[in-house]
Design a protein. Structure first.
Length: 111
């Protein structure tokens, strides 16, 4: 019972410290710096890029959740949230599209 309560307290403390205190704490993560060329990349480079993109996707989702939280707390307007949300999603989609194009190229070269 004590251990269960201690775990609950630690989890709650982690959640509270993870919640942003101000609107300017929602920071859009930087996009991956490089997408390999599918025509020349090896399989490991493509897998590394895929994992980096998955991590970036997760980071963007955390950012979007932060914006939603800020809007629910009336720290930013719904309009501001929508603009920032849409810009983040467009950026993510653009990077995913570029990566997918390179994956198709890689598969055409390597079967």
């Amino acid at each position: 019972m004590i251990v269960r309560n201690l775990i609950r307290v630690l989890l709650l403390a982690g959640l509270v410290t993870a919640l942003p205190a101000r609107a300017d704490e929602c920071v859009l993560p930087p996009p991956p710096s490089k997408i390999p060329d599918g025509a020349t990349a090896n399989e490991q480079q493509m897998l590394t890029a895929m994992n980096t993109l998955k991590e970036y996707n997760g980071d963007v989702n955390v950012y979007l959740e932060c914006l939603d939280f800020q809007a629910r707390q009336n720290r930013i307007s719904s309009n501001s949230r929508d603009i920032k949300h849409d810009a983040a999603v467009v950026q993510l989609q653009s990077i995913a599209d570029r990566f997918n194009e390179q994956v198709r190229l890689f598969k055409s070269k390597h079967g």
